[in-house]
Design a protein around this ligand. Structure first.
Ligand code: ATP
Length: 918
């Protein structure tokens, strides 16, 4: 690949070969203040949005041709050609017509499903952090322009091609671009022009993922000018609609096709041996092949899945990988984060504990209106209590969040925990912007879920001060003294602090400790730990209320036989209290229902699965341990949905049967690893997605249960006719008519079937369970047999009573369709009677049946159709017979259901037993 790249209209340049200041000059930007808002808008106009053009995908012609690439279609084309050669032009026209209609329907359905899926990907927007006019702001990544100064940090997806200006320990996962899965380290050094893309360590490329560190850089290419845009243009990212299930079904129908073709050939041979008419035997063999192959199956499955994806999106779960729709329905365990998923992630500090005082804080939310007072309401003055003052200073200064006030609403930019600490500092009378000036920060050790604390160093009048805040045990590890109200340092009473923290945690409050130490010199945080010998100053206890929808959603999961486990980095006491509030723990739980990260670390691989299965709450767990948890559960055969938001959650999200990322608070790395993304971060949405997943599976089962008897029935009718050497009760073209019209007008409507009531009161489907359970298979065979027997009988009866062949065949054809229509209603519900779920509850069925009726009247009475399909008008009495037979078949099916239900002890039938309601 040539080193030089055209950068959206700026000079043709290899940006990695230029020094940082040259790149800045070339792109007419400022390395610190970025572009001006006006310039950015002007460039957006000039270069267009930072998006990739829609994938070229397969060309139109190819997509149309693909519709003909199916064994059945080959059979039909050959049949059409032979019938034409035999000068049976009407038959040949019908066969070719059907092939064309089939291709058109397939094409439309496939395009629709593709468009639906492509649209969904856009719901999950990516934001980019840029500096414009000297101010940091967040903009949709679509709005980036060449010359923009972007900021990158761990968890971000690189939004455009960027020449790095400054970086700290930046590591980027470039597998999307280079295929190399190990993250690469970056630096801002100038490189030779000839350096290949994979080695350009001073560039960060669009679509790659930042796994560690942070950086600032200038956008050098956007949209299709980026490296990934180039690849995109070359390859065309065609969206695949395949899932394990569709692939399995496609394989199944291929094997079936070969088997049926073999049977058809054998039939033809037998007919010839018996010296039957060659043309007629051939026609019969074709009819057998055409009738018995369930050609609509793969398309119906894809469409049902696509409809499921759309339904999930409406309930705020965006599916990134189609197989997740199938898997969701069989989820047995949901592992969820606490903060933000079960709770609002709207923190408010309510209490501050110091070794000498307990201070209450009034007010709620992020509005900094409230005050600090004692338990009896007396105001507390911060300047009178040194420990309280230093604790609040740590809260305000060892903090990367910012408070915003827009449109009368207070909000936080950054971590909600830090937002709450800023708010309490303001309530206490501190002024964070002024503190930035009076206590300038000189070094920082950022918060991470592994380290569980954050530390900063600030310059003050007489030297420096170290401030730290974080999980209580971690901060205490760094402390050897505690500060009193008078500012004097005393030896640390660790037990007293831990006891106070436990008391606060048991009330469901999230507790953070603060600490301080004056130092003479600057410290380097390069050993990834803050220096010890800090003085403990206080505890901040904050409320993060559970989300309203969570308690009912947890209860719904329990009724549905799905275990819910909380996995959190928070304190065991806080975790247990929130778990009790949302109904995960009952207060009478077995020992072992709460495990901490330390408990997990002490268990060996053999003990882990049992212990994990028995526990509900996992506290102080590090992201690495999440992976072990998922593996332990999976080793017991569980289908695990796991939530995550951080960079380090990615391995667990990938390992989980369904990785669930948070759309709002999640990093791009987590979203990239996930199968579904929750646009509202709410646990209740996972429950909703599982419900939809079950609905999708039900509808697939319904379609298969409905379609197979037709195919088997049609195949058997022809076989029987040849075996007995009698006239064919239905002709190949008529079979084609039945298959094509009913699959579209009747069968497909099952994909729109609403979820059944009680879908969340039955246990999860067993993983790996076949779609056709024994009960279902028996039902399919019963209906097939009834279909053959009744069609045969009606045909013979009509013939015996003087009907001509076309008339008798028209009667048999209509019988097939009527029985299928009756049976369609029977298949609409797996657990209830069709009448109980309301005949009109799926209006598509009504539309479909109406269309089918019109079609049947047309093929029976329109002279042109009579000529094309060799049908003939039939009398009202014949119709009556058809309906009586159709109703009788439906009655037998109903009785079969009753018997099955009685045998299963009146229990509400489930998919497991394969028994169906009627
Ligand atoms: P969950 O895993 O349910 O989202 P969490 O948000 O509590 O839980 P982490 O963000 O990993 O998990 O936090 C773990 C602990 O680290 C918290 O309990 C808190 O004590 C501490 N902590 C959280 N945020 C910060 C922060 N910004 N600075 C310092 N310490 C923090």
């Amino acid at each position: 690949m040539p080193a030089a790249r055209v950068s959206s209209g700026f000079a043709t340049t290899a940006h990695h070969g230029l020094a940082a200041h040259e790149v800045v000059l070339l792109l007419e930007t400022d390395p610190h203040r970025g572009l001006s808002g006006g310039e950015a808008a002007e460039r957006l106009e000039r270069f267009g949005p930072n998006v990739l053009p829609p994938a070229a995908g397969a060309g139109l012609l190819l997509r149309v041709l693909r519709q003909f690439h199916h064994p059945l279609i080959y059979v039909l084309l050959v049949a059409g050609a032979i019938t034409a050669a035999l000068r049976e032009f009407a038959d040949s026209a019908v066969i070719f017509g059907v092939v064309l209609i089939n291709a058109a329907v397939g094409f439309i359905q496939e395009s629709k499903a593709e468009v639906a899926l492509a649209g969904l990907r856009e719901i999950v927007h990516t934001d980019a952090k840029v500096v414009r006019d000297g101010r940091e702001r967040t903009v949709p990544s679509d709005d980036l322009v060449p010359g923009d100064l972007v900021l990158l940090e761990a968890g971000d997806k690189v939004p455009a091609d960027v020449r790095l200006l400054r970086e700290v320990e930046l590591r980027v996962d470039e597998s999307a671009l280079t295929g190399e899965s190990a993250p690469v380290s970056k630096s801002e050094n100038v490189l030779p022009d000839s350096t290949p893309v994979a080695d350009r360590c001073n560039m960060a490329y669009s679509g790659t993922l930042v796994t560690a560190g942070h950086a600032a850089g200038v956008v050098v290419a956007t949209g299709s000018e980026t490296e990934v845009g180039e690849i995109h243009r070359l390859v065309g990212a065609a969206e695949t609609l395949a899932t394990p299930l569709t692939e399995k079904l496609a394989r199944f129908s291929k094997i079936l096709t070969v088997g049926i073709l073999g049977l058809a050939a054998a039939t033809f041979a037998v007919g010839l041996l018996r010296r039957q008419d060659a043309v007629e035997t051939f026609t019969a063999a074709i009819a057998l092949a055409v009738g018995a192959i369930p050609e609509g199956l793969p398309a119906a499955v894809t469409i049902t899945l696509a409809i499921g994806v759309a339904r999930m999106a409406r309930r705020r779960a965006v599916v990134r990988r189609l197989p997740a729709v199938e898997t969701l329905g069989s989820t047995t365990v949901i592992c969820t984060d606490k903060t933000g998923t079960l709770t609002e992630n709207q923190m408010t500090v309510q209490l501050i504990w110091t070794v000498d005082a307990m201070v209450e804080v009034t007010g709620s939310g992020y509005s900094p209106v409230g005050e600090l007072c004692t338990a009896d309401g007396a105001p507390v003055f911060v300047d009178a209590d040194a420990a309280l003052r230093w604790s609040l200073l740590a809260a305000a200064c060892c903090n990367d969040a910012a408070l915003t006030h827009e449109g009368g609403r207070w909000d936080v930019v950054g971590d909600p925990t830090e937002g709450a600490l800023l708010v309490v500092a303001v309530k206490a009378g501190l002024d964070p912007p002024q503190l930035v000036a009076s206590l300038p920060r000189v070094a920082a050790l950022p918060f991470s879920s592994e380290r569980r604390y954050m530390a900063t160093q600030h310059r003050q009048d007489d030297g420096y001060v170290l401030l730290a805040k974080g999980a209580v045990e971690r901060i205490l590890e760094l402390c050897d003294s505690q500060m009193g109200a008078d500012g004097a340092l005393r030896p640390l009473d660790r037990d007293a602090v831990l006891a106070a923290a436990d008391r606060l945690a048991l009330r469901g409050l999230r507790v953070l400790a603060t600490a301080v130490r004056a130092v003479d010199e600057r410290v380097e945080f390069d050993d990834e730990e803050a220096p010890g010998s800090l003085a403990f100053t206080g505890l901040h206890a904050m409320l993060d209320p559970p989300r309203a929808a969570v308690t009912p959603a947890v209860a719904a999961c329990h009724t549905a036989g799905i275990a819910v486990k909380m996995i959190t980095g928070d304190h065991a006491g806080t975790a247990a209290a929130i778990a009790t509030q949302v109904g995960l723990l009952s207060g009478r739980d077995e020992p072992g229902s709460l495990l901490t990260g330390a408990d997990l670390a002490a268990l060996d691989a053999g003990e882990l699965p049992e212990a994990v299965a028995g526990a509900t709450v996992f506290a102080r767990v590090s992201p690495e341990q999440k992976l072990r948890l998922v593996q332990a559960l999976q080793s017991k055969g569980d289908v695990v949905a796991m939530t995550g938001d951080g960079v380090n959650d990615a391995p667990a999200l990938r390992q989980a049967s369904i990785g669930v990322a948070m759309g709002r608070s999640g990093t791009e790395v987590a979203k990239d690893a996930a199968d579904i993304v929750l646009t509202d971060d709410d646990f209740a949405t996972i429950e909703a997605a599982v419900e939809e997943g079950r609905g999708v599976f039900d509808n697939l089962t319904k379609f298969i249960a409905w379609t197979l008897p037709t195919n088997i029935g049609e195949g058997l009718v022809i076989l029987a006719a040849i075996a007995f050497g009698s006239a064919l009760p239905i002709l190949p073209t008529q079979i084609l008519w039945i298959n094509m019209t009913t699959a579209v007008a009747l069968g497909l409507m099952l994909a729109f079937e609403p979820k059944e009531a009680g879908i969340m009161t039955r246990p999860p489907r067993k993983p790996g369970e076949p779609l056709l359970t024994h009960g279902l298979l028996a039902r399919v065979l019963l209906v097939s047999t009834l279909l053959v027997a009744s069609a045969w009988w009606l045909f013979e009866w009509e013939r015996a009573n003087g009907a001509a062949l076309p008339e008798a065949r028209t009667a048999a054809l209509n019988l097939f369709v009527v029985v299928e229509t009756f049976y369609l209603f029977s298949c609409r519900s797996l657990t209830h009677s069709a009448w109980r779920i309301g005949v009109l509850s799926n209006r598509w069925i009504v539309v479909g049946v109406t269309a089918q009726v019109i079609g049947q009247l047309a093929i029976t009475y329109l002279p042109a159709m009579n000529a094309a399909f060799a049908t003939a008008p039939i009398s009202a009495v014949t119709w009556l017979r058809i309906f009586v037979v159709g109703a009788a078949v439906s009655g037998v099916v109903a009785v079969d259901k009753l018997v099955r239900r009685a045998r299963s002890g009146g229990r509400r039938s489930t998919l497991d037993t394969g028994t169906f309601g009627h």
